[in-house]
Design a protein. Structure first.
Length: 112
């Protein structure tokens, strides 16, 4: 199953810059280490937001649960990095066919 309305995915600046790319956030620090290893930084948060939108559009939903804010969907797959920061593919990633590169399997939650 794909995400509903994948063309309307919104990834907010606060979620990226203040959480996923914040190395001192109580819960986001490990995520920040993961994403900065692949060349993403808070100063250019839009790059990670776009990569996550594409991730949600490309891969299937692996889990869905209802929350007090509405449904939350989990999408798992390799995060395509080939068009993002130049350092993304140079930081220890295996290069796939036709020069593409991808992060390890990445689980991303979307929803309420």
């Amino acid at each position: 199953m794909k995400l509903p309305n994948p063309d309307k995915l919104v990834v907010e600046r606060e979620k990226i810059a203040d959480y996923l790319l914040n190395p001192v956030h109580r819960f986001g620090a490990s995520k920040a280490r993961f994403f900065t290893h692949f060349g993403f930084h808070a100063e250019a948060w839009e790059q990670l937001a776009q990569a996550l939108r594409e991730h949600g559009q490309k891969h299937d939903v692996t889990k869905m649960r209802e929350t007090g804010f509405g449904p939350r969907y989990e999408v798992e797959g390799r995060l395509n990095l080939s068009q993002w920061p130049p350092s993304a593919c140079a930081n220890g990633l295996a290069t796939g066919r036709r020069g593409s590169c991808a992060a390890p399997i990445t689980r991303v939650s979307f929803g309420g």
